[in-house]
Design a protein around this ligand. Structure first.
Ligand SMILES: Nc1ncnc2c1ncn2[C@@H]1O[C@H](COP(=O)(O)OP(=O)(O)O)[C@@H](O)[C@H]1O
Ligand SMILES: [Mg+2]
Length: 231
């Protein structure tokens, strides 16, 4: 079986010289949910930003068999749906429906079809009746679900989520687990939330100082690295 994500020797330095990733090898197989553990600053966000070409380091990244390069960014971004840690960075249109329809509209769908795609995506994350609200009037949990709908509307094969439970209260976190469970896409999720990881992940990867130090079952990795995030 071909991996959905296949990465060899990924290395990335920020402009100020910080080596954020070095020699990363990673595979994601169809239907897998992989969580990324590791302390703040270990490289998780930098890694995720490479999965749809927002950052481009050295090494080889292929997505669904397609080598990521400057020339196929549109295709890569329709395969990988990226949900940022802070929903306020993601939601920018005046109302929920326009926000979720933005992606499909820019993929070339007509206004009617983009709106239909948006309504379907909103339904799949359990958002009903909020279509005409301004995103900044929503709760953190609703914002997160709208942000997820925004990427689902583009029908990606892979969902990437950066610390999705950070701003959510416990009911919001439980709701998010249910929604993510119901979505068939393969997922890569950076999280500090052990219960969330245990509820969703088939595999965990442990980042330390820009390197992957271990790969295995969620509980195995927690034990191996005595991983107890304090936040
Ligand atoms: N824009 C940036 N410029 C310079 N260094 C950065 C930038 N963003 C992150 N870093 C550094 O890169 C390393 C990895 O950060 P990050 O990927 O955000 O880790 P994590 O998501 O695991 O907290 C850290 O040392 C961080 O300080
Ligand atoms: Mg981060």
């Amino acid at each position: 079986m071909q991996p959905l994500i296949d990465i060899h020797g990924l290395t990335y330095n920020y402009e100020d010289g910080t080596q954020a990733l070095s020699g990363i090898d990673f595979q994601l197989m169809p239907a897998e949910t992989v969580v990324l553990f590791g302390a703040n600053g270990s490289g998780k966000t930098t890694f995720l930003l490479h999965l749809n070409g927002l950052l481009q380091g050295s090494g080889a990244i292929s997505i669904c068999g397609l080598e990521v390069s400057a020339t196929n960014m549109t295709q890569i971004r329709s395969l990988v749906g990226m949900v940022f840690q802070d929903s306020d960075e993601q939601l920018f249109m005046p109302n929920v429906l326009e926000d979720v329809a933005f992606g499909p509209l820019h993929q070339g769908l007509s206004e009617t079809d983009a709106e239909l795609a948006a309504l379907n995506a909103l339904r799949s994350v359990g958002i009903n009746g909020l279509e005409h609200k301004a995103p900044y009037h929503l709760s953190a949990g609703e914002k997160k679900r709208v942000a997820i709908a925004g990427v689902l509307a583009m029908q990606p094969d892979i969902l990437v989520l950066d610390e999705p439970t950070t701003f959510l209260d416990p009911p919001g976190q439980r709701g998010l687990i249910q929604i993510l469970r119901s979505l068939p896409q393969a997922k890569v999720i950076a999280t500090h939330d052990i219960c969330f990881a245990q509820a969703l992940a088939t595999r965990a990867v442990f980042f330390e100082k820009g390197k992957i130090k271990g790969v295995g079952g969620v509980n195995q990795i927690i034990e191996q690295f005595s991983w107890r995030p304090s936040d």
